[in-house]
Design a protein around this ligand. Structure first.
Ligand code: T46
Length: 135
């Protein structure tokens, strides 16, 4: 599976580090929404859905977590543990997030506003949906 982990440009000096992210520059789409997860406990697994249209960049701005991706044919695990890296997650991709370290913050930049009808929350439905697109 082709996974795109983007290394953002670091602007650092003796005061510390800064990352700047702009629509259609570092981020390959127009950012319409930003949300973030924090206080997710280590044993908790979340996500368990795919999106029909939404594209996202996932950035673990603090601590670490793991992302399980599944395109219906292949799966992959990605560790996010660097605040200067972003994982691009395309549409039609099942995702689960887990192994959040204490204090982890997972920030998400999204290409669309929140829309529950864009979610596929049942794995069998997801497989049918991606297989149906191949016909
Ligand atoms: C995704 C992964 C990485 C809102 O009201 N607005 C929002 O923009 C979002 C994202 C969520 N919510 C509400 C809906 C639920 O009542 O917040 C609650 C938790 O959302 P959800 O269970 O969908 O959270 P996760 O962590 O399973 O998934 C989220 C995103 O929903 C999803 O798009 O790709 O993070």
């Amino acid at each position: 599976m082709n996974i795109n982990v983007i290394d953002f440009q670091k602007h650092g000096d003796e005061r510390g580090m800064l990352i700047a992210l702009e629509t259609n520059k570092e981020i390959p789409f127009e950012i319409k929404r930003v949300y973030y997860m924090y206080d997710t406990l280590f044993g908790v697994r979340r996500g368990f859905h795919a999106h029909k249209k939404l594209q996202q960049i996932l950035i673990c701005t603090s601590g670490s977590c793991k992302i399980h991706l599944d395109n219906g044919n292949e799966t992959m695990e990605v560790v996010l543990d660097k605040p200067y890296q972003g994982l691009y997650v395309a549409n039609d991709m099942w995702r689960e997030m887990y192994d959040f370290s204490p204090g982890a913050v997972l920030m998400v930049l999204a290409s669309e506003l929140y829309d529950e009808s864009d979610y596929i929350r049942n794995y069998e439905d997801f497989i049918k949906y991606v297989n149906g697109k191949k016909d």
